[in-house]
Design a protein around this ligand. Structure first.
Ligand code: ATP
Length: 463
């Protein structure tokens, strides 16, 4: 299909069909190493990250390429290439670029490798949700509206779904919305977090147990697969499911029946499973850290929930939502005038959860807007020594704004702030060493990683 004179350039994202579909050009990013090794990936609504790290979209075998070297993004304005702070730079001709619009077929140098975006066939149409909402999830960006349209269709089926995405991107909100849009909406929505449950409890929690199956099992207990019958079981952090339990979950999902711990018989269950993880499960499966057969069983429908930094178009609507949910409800006019532009300049490693917390803090301490995003950028490396204990007057002054909030909200916010300060202080004392900080805090390394994700903190030394 050749674009007519007035049609948009083929390498832009454009909504058509009265904003119900997205015209998605077919583009492929190709990187050729100096030895002639070629790696390729499609460039569509998700950005392509190029680097040597295994979590990159395009993993380039070139020692002069950084772990996360550069990023390509398809936007309504064209293809954008951004250097991610690489050591050896991203060169367009002789010029090192930080961010530039890139035309197709133009070669760029990353390390010693050549990167080119090639048109690869006809554009396709991707359905868009017309509303920019899916259950409680808000998203006006093309990326989220395309995701909502896909999830709406998947929700109507009985298929198992796998939601991938960084911590705080909204996987649980989406899982709940899938349940609410499914024929099972009148049944229970049950949540199980593999990452927050100790390994020896996971089995009895998921599959249940008989009386006397282990010390303390005084009564028989149905597992969550059975409890979610008629509804949906959301298994969060499925990547943390112990390897030895993975065949048992696979068998249960295949046979739609479950054997309680200590039992010899099988019981049928009727729950739909939606799973989520912040890990690259496909890569873990390839490395033997996750059962490949279970991965394929879970990923019948697999969706990637984009990070907030990839969809900053969503910021105003999300901020408005958090303001409106405040008690009493607030609006954008209650924020300092430069707040939205400051928020847009931030990278949001903790995603929507971090945004929600920042908005809550902005309402309490609007005068701190300029400082607010600075410590977030510096992360744990900037852990400051704890401030001296405040006197009674200072304590009362800090309490005043909290008194305007309902107890539960105020308590959650104080707890989150405490958790963050506690974590950064211990990481600071141990120079970012997670094992030592976890030891000092008396918790597992996994929990420290989870908390780091939750608060959007990147410890010193991590890129
Ligand atoms: N699209 C969205 N619209 C409105 N609120 C959102 C959206 N995405 C996330 N949130 C809010 O952000 C917070 C974190 O979301 P959620 O717990 O669903 O993230 P998650 O990806 O499941 O995180 P984790 O992997 O850490 O469990 C919640 O308060 C949720 O309501």
């Amino acid at each position: 299909m050749k674009p007519a004179r007035d049609e948009p350039e083929p390498c832009t994202l454009t909504s058509v069909d009265r904003d119900r579909s997205l015209r998605m050009p077919s583009l492929r990013v190709r990187v050729t190493s100096p030895q002639g090794h070629v790696t390729e990936a499609p460039l569509d609504i998700s950005p392509v990250i190029v680097g040597t790290g295994q979590d990159c979209t395009l993993v380039v075998p070139d020692a002069r390429v950084s772990r996360r070297h550069c990023e390509l993004r398809l936007t309504p304005e064209g293809i954008f290439l951004r250097d991610l702070g690489s050591k050896n730079g991203t060169l367009l001709g002789q010029t090192a670029i930080l961010e530039a619009r890139l035309a197709p077929r133009v070669a760029v140098l990353v390390g010693d490798s050549e990167l080119v975006v090639h048109p690869a066939g006809e554009p396709r149409l991707v359905p868009l949700s017309p509303t920019g909402m899916f259950g409680d999830a808000i998203g006006r960006s093309f990326a989220m509206r395309a995701l909502f349209a896909k999830l709406e269709r998947a929700a109507a089926t009985e298929q198992t779904l796998l939601l991938l995405g960084e911590s705080g991107t909204g996987k649980e909100v989406l899982a709940r919305a899938i349940h609410e849009h499914s024929p099972r909406r009148n049944g229970p929505f049950v949540v199980f977090d593999c990452g927050a449950t100790t390994a020896n409890l996971v089995e009895s929690e998921l599959f249940g147990h008989t009386r006397g199956a282990f010390t303390g099992a005084q009564a028989a207990h149905a597992g969550l697969l059975e409890e979610a019958s008629g509804g949906t079981l959301f298994i969060d952090e499925i990547g943390e499911l112990p390897l030895e339990l993975q065949p048992k979950l696979l068998r249960a999902l295949e046979a739609r029946q479950v054997r309680r711990l200590g039992a010899s018989d099988f019981r049928p269950f009727d729950a739909r499973v939606v799973a989520a993880t912040h890990r690259n499960l496909r890569a873990r499966a390839a490395e033997g850290q996750f059962r490949e057969d279970l991965y394929y069983r879970l990923a019948v429908v697999e969706v990637q929930v984009p990070a907030l930094r990839e969809r900053k178009d969503d910021l105003p609507a999300l901020v408005e939502r958090f303001l409106a949910a405040h008690n009493p409800p607030r609006s954008l006019a209650d924020l300092p005038p430069n707040a939205l532009s400051l928020l847009a300049a931030h990278d949001w490693p903790g995603n929507v959860r971090e945004l929600r917390n920042v908005v809550a803090r902005l309402l309490l301490f609007p005068e701190t807007v300029d400082e607010l995003l600075r410590p977030l950028k510096e992360g744990a490396a900037a852990a400051r020594p704890p401030a001296p204990a405040p006197g009674p007057a200072a304590a009362a002054a800090r309490l005043d704004p909290l008194l305007e909030m309902p107890l539960l909200e105020a308590r959650e916010m104080v707890m989150e702030q405490f958790e963050r300060s506690y974590l950064t202080a211990w990481l600071g004392r141990h120079k970012g060493n997670i094992s030592r900080a976890a030891g000092a805090m008396g918790v597992s390394r996994q929990l420290v990683h989870k908390l780091l994700d939750k608060h959007g903190i990147r410890p010193k030394g991590e890129p």
